[in-house]
Design a protein around this ligand. Structure first.
Ligand SMILES: NC(=O)c1ccc[n+]([C@@H]2O[C@H](COP(=O)([O-])OP(=O)(O)OC[C@H]3O[C@@H](n4cnc5c(N)ncnc54)[C@H](O)[C@@H]3O)[C@@H](O)[C@H]2O)c1
Length: 335
């Protein structure tokens, strides 16, 4: 099964990487591939990848797992290692890993020699439904996350849900939070399905990818509609920042953020209290938030002091019903 983006395909297959070599051969005629991955993923999957790609010579560049690898230092190390291993402009890079590897390897691919072809093989739930799609790649700075980057599309994205079998439960739930968000902003069936069970199906992964796809197609370069993906993220980013990106995983911070956004929707008469209650029960059950919940007033200053938020009024995403999001420009005092 595949989903078409304007410039590339997203394959969704669970056959143990069986067709991967064929897909690569349809976009790449060389024999050398550079695989950027992290230590966890290398240990689990380097062997499988080699087995699946017997016609290619693979060179691995392995970074430490975690957000710290989305740094200038690691970017530079990876570039040096690739050059040392004699990468050429017409070679191919594979990003094999979660969102950290995808963003870093994508940015390396976008910038080294002004662009080397790359493919995304996302191995976390978050990367499958979110970060590998839409072309945003980049790294963090000490001043903030994702401050240096580019829009750079892969040749294709290869989603194999069986990678999820080895994911730590907390990392799995991190992606689940983004799927719940996708349901709330763009697909009520997905949202209702996710109320029912924790382990997501391939169909649900496809539904979440379709939500991301439709928003990206409306606004490839993030000027307006892509903002819908920020539901829960205004507070979510403030929560992550206030706790130095240590206490909460992104999906956990976004889960608290979704509840705060729904609470604001209730206050503004946009959201039914019943929806807030239902989402709260779901996020508690899935271990994404705990009571007592975080309070809006503790993050207000963070949000108001963030210049990016105030350019022309704070654009805030509200959800009125599952699957229906809208942009609300907040007046001072409404937050
Ligand atoms: N580019 C975008 O549009 C976009 C969108 C959303 C998030 N992001 C970025 O994504 C990043 C977060 O991604 P993430 O949540 O995937 O985190 P991650 O890449 O750090 O992966 C989480 C952990 O899972 C491990 N792992 C990966 N695959 C595994 C597997 N199959 N089995 C066992 N362990 C595995 C990793 O080694 C890591 O320890 C953030 O940097 C965020 O900014 C980017």
């Amino acid at each position: 099964m595949f989903i078409k983006m304007p410039d590339y395909d997203i394959y969704i297959e669970n056959q143990g990487l069986k067709d991967l070599q064929g897909h690569i051969q349809s976009v790449y005629h060389g024999h050398v591939i550079y695989v950027i991955t992290d230590e966890h993923v290398e240990k689990l999957y380097a062997g499988k990848l080699k087995e699946a790609l017997p016609n290619f010579q693979l060179f691995f560049v392995v970074v430490k797992p975690g957000e710290h690898s989305k740094s200038f230092e690691t970017y530079q190390q990876v570039i040096h290692e690739l050059i040392e291993k004699k990468i050429k402009r017409d070679h191919l890079i594979i990003a094999l890993g979660g969102g950290v590897v995808g963003d870093l390897a994508g940015f390396v691919s976008a910038s080294l020699y002004r662009g080397i072809a790359f493919i995304q093989i996302p191995t976390t739930l978050l990367a499958m439904v979110d970060s590998s799609i839409g072309g945003k790649v980049g790294i963090d700075l000490p001043e903030g996350k994702n401050l240096v980057g580019a829009f750079y599309n892969p040749k294709f994205v290869y989603v194999d849900p069986t990678f999820l079998d080895t994911l730590e439960p907390r990392d799995y739930r991190n992606g689940l939070a983004e799927m719940i968000k996708a349901g709330l902003i763009g697909d009520k069936k997905l949202y209702h399905d996710l109320l029912d069970h924790e382990k997501v199906s391939e169909d649900e992964i496809i539904m979440a990818i379709q939500v991301k796809r439709s928003v990206v197609l409306l606004d490839p370069y993030d000027h307006k509609e892509r903002m819908y993906l920020n539901f829960g993220h205004t507070y979510g980013h403030a929560i992550e920042k206030k706790f130095n990106y240590e206490t909460y995983l992104h999906g956990e911070a976004v889960s608290y953020g979704m509840l705060l956004a729904l609470e604001l929707g209730v206050k503004l008469g946009e959201t039914h209290q019943a929806l807030y209650n239902e989402v709260k029960e779901l996020l508690i059950k899935r271990n994404l938030v705990k009571e007592p919940l975080l309070k809006a007033e503790d993050f207000r200053d963070f949000i108001m002091n963030d210049k990016k938020n105030l350019k022309d009024g704070l654009h805030f995403i509200l959800v009125s019903k599952p699957g229906e999001a809208n942009i609300h420009i907040l007046k001072v005092g409404e937050l």
